[in-house]
Design a binder for this molecule. Structure first.
Ligand code: ZN
Length: 484
């Protein structure tokens, strides 16, 4: 009989039903490594998420899921008898990542000629891999199975499955022709407004406009979302960045490389495809007046940009280095791995005419300039494309690429933590290591401030003061990415 459980699910509010994650038989117990009312992290290097330089030999006190204190030296503080003290000498702690482009789906293995390109909902693997990779808060940036996303969020909040704090984005707001069969095609501004109203009522807290939306549909969507105090982001093509800013959009995904407004053949309200504009963009000077003008305009309109360098890198021949990909191989369904390496090889074969080698550099320069002038840059992994960029792993790779772009490790971590929290309006709760905030913390071996790749060496991920074992989370979904 399932009626009883279903009814209980309906009757109890999220918080009232939350389970103690380490209690006997609690579903999260197999993944929990540290659980105590009071936990003291000793002798740890702290990168606090504000962009400030790393501090050596700090002590972090966690009480009832929150950061109660952070200070240098040992002091003479008294703690309750059952306090758990953990010596983290040689390790570093930074805030849980606030991922801003974190879909719960992934491309299904290539089905062959004549079959539709489909994405599968990774309701089992994605939340675990995000958490294992240090992502403790995630905006989903466009949904293909909105009711599954809602159920997954509820299950995480109720302590039934492991995963990050999810900030759900509604179904894509896509015009005609929709880029895939899993997207709804808007029929006009009324439909855009109706879609936003409906999914806001269902609990979505942001929306993403997509490549073929018309300016009129985008305007209606933004106005209705703002009426619900909900923000709108976009991966646009039919609408240029400055036009979107003037319509009131709050965020643009991916950055300059998807901006079509500089394309010589651009027609009002129509997407010219991705490749022709990108071929022209690769020849533009980021320091020139056109792009600098766009940067100033976005900043003046308070439009944030989400950096997704990891997915862009996957289109560059022979990148990322194969050792990066070997980290994710065991998480993938063998067919999904096969699809990835086949496409990767064909990109490598056409290396001579690869625009993406230039575009990745262009994008990095744009992001640096955008931040230098005061723009709010955030980060997300976007586990799409042709595969190979996985939840959690991709977010770590993004940090490395932000450093390659010229940011300091501390700045890169700030972009991937506090900035996202600020956009979400959650910065009083999450995003930095500060007294009173949730104890959402990533402990890694080594020192990312000196060697950013150390962000991959995750030892423990704390969410609300509960320490999870990344290896156990990863092993629990071995071979499942691309399937479920
Ligand atoms: Zn996306």
């Amino acid at each position: 009989m399932r009626t009883g459980a279903a009814l209980a699910g309906l009757l109890c509010g999220t918080m009232a039903c939350a389970q103690n994650p380490a209690a006997k038989n609690a579903p999260l117990a197999p993944f929990v490594k540290v659980k105590a009312d009071t936990i003291v992290l000793e002798h740890v290097r702290v990168i606090d998420g504000t962009g400030a330089p790393a501090k050596e030999d700090q002590r972090i006190v966690i009480e009832n899921g929150k950061i109660a204190n952070v200070f240098g030296g040992m002091g003479n503080q008294l703690f309750p008898a059952n306090t758990e003290h953990i010596d983290l000498t040689g390790k570093t702690v930074f805030p849980g990542l606030v991922g801003m482009h974190e879909h719960l789906f992934y491309p299904l293995p290539d089905g062959g000629s004549g079959l539709l390109p489909l994405y599968g909902e990774m309701a089992d693997s994605a939340p675990r891999l995000y958490l294992a990779g240090g992502v403790t808060a995630a905006r989903t940036a466009g949904s293909l199975e909105p009711y599954t996303d809602i159920s997954v969020k509820q299950a995480i909040d109720e302590g039934k499955i492991p995963g990050p704090k999810l900030f759900l984005t509604g179904p894509y707001l896509e015009g005609a022709p929709a880029i895939g069969p899993q997207l709804h095609t808007l029929t006009g501004p009324d439909d855009a407004a109706r879609t936003v109203d409906y999914w806001s009522a269902e609990g979505m807290t942001s929306f993403k406009a997509y490549m073929h939306i018309t300016p009129e549909e985008l305007k209606a969507a933004i106005d209705h979302a703002h009426e619900h105090s909900i923000k709108v982001t976009g991966h646009l093509c039919s609408v240029g960045f400055k036009e979107a800013a003037s319509l009131g959009i709050d965020n643009l995904e991916h950055g300059l490389v998807v901006d079509t407004e500089f394309y010589s053949q651009k027609k009002e309200g129509a997407c010219p495809g991705q490749h022709p504009p990108q071929a022209e963009l690769a020849k533009l000077d980021v320091e020139g007046p056109e792009i600098q003008g766009t940067i100033r305009d976005l900043i003046a309109h308070h439009v944030a940009v989400t950096s997704t360098l990891a997915i862009f890198e996957s289109f560059v021949p022979n990148r990322p280095p194969m050792n990066e990909e070997m980290r994710v191989r065991s998480s993938l369904l063998p067919d999904a791995w096969g699809s990835y390496v086949t496409t990767r090889a064909s990109i490598a074969e056409h290396a001579a005419d690869a625009t993406w080698t230039t575009l990745l550099k262009t994008e990095m320069q744009f992001e640096r300039d955008f931040v230098k002038q005061g723009g709010l840059l955030m980060a997300g992994c976007d586990p799409t494309g042709y595969g190979g960029v996985l939840p959690g792993f991709g977010d770590q790779r993004n940090l490395e690429l932000l450093v390659e772009a010229g940011f300091t490790p501390e700045e890169a971590i700030h972009i991937a933590t506090e900035n996202g929290a600020q956009w979400l309006g959650e910065d009083s709760r999450i995003g930095t290591i500060a007294m009173g905030k949730a104890a959402d913390l990533v402990v890694v071996d080594g020192n990312p401030a000196a060697h950013i790749a150390d962000v991959e060496k995750v030892d423990t991920v704390f969410k609300d003061g509960v320490g999870y074992d990344p290896q156990k989370l990863i092993e629990s979904v071995h071979g499942l990415v691309g399937l479920r």
